[in-house]
Structures are given as structure tokens and as C-alpha cells.
Design a protein around this ligand. Structure first.
Ligand SMILES: [Zn+2]
Length: 238
């Protein structure tokens, strides 16, 4: 019986480690996913800023040629001023000139706004490009880490699974089934006594029962939770 309890304790230890590996597995790809999402967000902002800069530059070009046209017109009107013969013609022409001048001013103002915007966007593009480079580097590192971690975890998992098979082989079907049934329901099937109580549900244990558990000659299940009770190895836990 002592051997059975020892094997069950070892089996529990292996199963606990396997459960921990399983629990950790889910977290591993999370950081890679987060970096990928951050990278996609930066990429989106970068593309939007680049598109806006391009549109602004195109607009500036259009404004430039429009301004040239008005300037040509202005020069032509100013030349014509010398040729007018009546006051009416003079007034009409000066009106036109003022009109063209105000168009040119509007264009100059608009050019100023757009030039500032382009400058700001180009700064933003620089910052975003740096951020993206950084994220790409982090992503590459994390992916690498993830791969080696996963490899390591898989190797450990395989090792534990082999150990588990070996231990399970040592047990009779009756005990193994019992163990697995409790494991399924309770998450942990074998628990050490802790401060004279069940290590799983903390139910107090009588002196008589404690003595029997210590002897280890009998299969003892906790009256509270049904887990298999064993005497702890370490002195501190008693
Ligand atoms: Zn219990």
C-alpha cells in the first residue's frame, strides 16, 4: 500500500506540472498577438499620414500653378492700365486687379496652412516609422522567444507524459480509475495533510486518522472532499 500511495503522489506531482504547462501555453502567444496588433495600428496611421501628405503636396502644386496664372493675369491688367482712355475703363480694370490680388492672397494663405500641415505630417511619419521599426524588432525577438519556449515546453511536456505513463503502469486499474475520477472532479486527487487538516478542503483530521495516514497502510479519502490523503514529506507542512 505504501508503494501505491507513493506512486499516486508522484503521479499527482506529474499531473500538476502538466496542468501548469497547459495553463501557461495560452499566455505565450498573447504578447506576439499584441505586438502584431500594435504594428498593424501603426501601419494604418502611417499609411493615412502618407496619403494625406501626398494629397497636400498635390494640392500645393495645383495652388502654385493657379497662383502663377493669377500673377500673369495681374501683370497683363497692370500693363493695360497704361492703355485705358476712360475713367470707367480704369475703374473696371482696377477692380479686376484688386480681385486678382485677393485671389492670390487667398492662395498664399492656403499654401501656408498646407505647408505647415505637410511639415507636421512629415514629423509624424518619421516618428511612426521609428515606432514601426521598434515594433518589428520586438516582434521578431518575441517570435523567436516564443518558438524556443514552445519547443522547450513541448519537450518538457513529452517528458512528463512519459513519466505519467510509467507511473500509471505501476498502478492497478482500480486505483488509477479512482485517482482519475477524483482528479477530474477536484483538479487535484492526492493532497498532503496540512496542519492536521485536509490540504484540499481544510477539513480537520482526527488523531486516529492522522496516525493511520502517517502509517500509510490504508487508502484514506478525505471525509470532506474525497481526495486521497497522504502524509507530507516535508517537516514544515505537518
Ligand atoms: Zn478534503
Amino acid at each position: 500500500m505504501k508503494n501505491i500511495l507513493k506512486t499516486l503522489t508522484e503521479l499527482q506531482d506529474v499531473d500538476t506540472q502538466l496542468a501548469e504547462i497547459e495553463a501557461h501555453k495560452g499566455n505565450l502567444p498573447q504578447q506576439v498577438q499584441n505586438l502584431e496588433a500594435a504594428g498593424a495600428e501603426v501601419q494604418g496611421r502611417l499609411e493615412a499620414a502618407q496619403a494625406k501628405v501626398e494629397a497636400d503636396k498635390k494640392e500645393l502644386k495645383t495652388l502654385g500653378s493657379s497662383k502663377d496664372e493669377y500673377k500673369t493675369k495681374l501683370a497683363k491688367y497692370q500693363d493695360q492700365l497704361y492703355l485705358v482712355t476712360t475713367n470707367r475703363e480704369y475703374d473696371a480694370l482696377t477692380n479686376e486687379i484688386e480681385n486678382v490680388k485677393s485671389h492670390i492672397q487667398e492662395i498664399v494663405d492656403q499654401q501656408g496652412i498646407l505647408t505647415d500641415e505637410v511639415e507636421q505630417l512629415e514629423e509624424e511619419i518619421d516618428a511612426l516609422t521609428n515606432r514601426q521599426t521598434e515594433l518589428k524588432e520586438n516582434l521578431a525577438t518575441s517570435r523567436k522567444e516564443l518558438t524556443s519556449k514552445t519547443d522547450l515546453t513541448n519537450a518538457r511536456q513529452k517528458e512528463l507524459e512519459t513519466q505519467r505513463e510509467e507511473l500509471a503502469d505501476k498502478l492497478s486499474k482500480r486505483y488509477l480509475r479512482k485517482y482519475e475520477r477524483i482528479l477530474q472532479v477536484r483538479g487535484q486527487a492526492v493532497v498532503p495533510v496540512k496542519r492536521r487538516a485536509c490540504g484540499g478542503c481544510h477539513k480537520q483530521i482526527s488523531d486516529q486518522l492522522l496516525f493511520e495516514i502517517k502509517q500509510g497502510n490504508r487508502f484514506i479519502e478525505c471525509e470532506g472532499c474525497g481526495r486521497i490523503l497522504v502524509y507530507p514529506d516535508s517537516e514544515d507542512d505537518k
